[in-house]
Design a protein around this ligand. Sequence first.
Ligand SMILES: Cc1ncc(C[n+]2csc(CCO)c2C)c(N)n1
Length: 222
Amino acid sequence: MFTERIWKRVEPIWSSYLEHPFVKGLGDGSLDEEKFKHWLKQDYVYLIEYAKLMAIGSSKARDLKTMGMFSELLHGTLFMEMDLHRKFALEFGISEETLEATDAAAVNTAYTSYMLNHAQRGGPEHVVAALLACAWSYNYIGKSLAEQSVEGNRYAQWIEMYSGDDFTELTNSAIELMDQLTAGKPERELAELEEIIVKTSYYEYMFWEMCETLEEWPVAKG
Ligand SMILES: Cc1ncc(C[n+]2csc(CCO)c2C)c(N)n1
């Protein structure tokens, strides 16, 4: 199956996330609050663009079942995942308006533009390829951090959310959809989809790095 081949390709990239200081800090609770707040705000506007990706997927679906799967992923993002961000924001004294008005940083803009470009140019399989690494790699990180859970970790809810059953189910439906949409496709097309999944995996690393370094744009704010 296509995703088995993908797993072999991305596993070394994703395991490097577990060594990243931001992810390690989430795992043991030592992550600096400012860095987490940077992630929270940047990720909120990332998810708004990501949700559009699934709306595009729904419009490109060739049957009702696929349309429904995109719609479930869209709903999960807007009302499950983004609820976690809204809850954390409340705890950290950030209003919903501030969250939504966040100016996307350079890496964030590059990442969402890359995904939306492939989604718009390709078919539903390109849309799933663009969103797969995001959903699957967070579930992978969540599960790994949950195994080494630390008492009193202030980011415990983060780990619970991304390792939990609801997210695991959403991730599995994205994996299943990828396999359904690639069944019988020629190697040339599979290689193209693989490239999108590898590039988005690199972008995921860059997103962690952006949060660790509090990076926005490489010029002073005017
Ligand atoms: C940069 C970045 N990458 C991945 C995710 C995780 N994620 C995005 S959508 C989705 C599934 C449906 O909500 C998951 C798990 C994130 N939050 N931010």
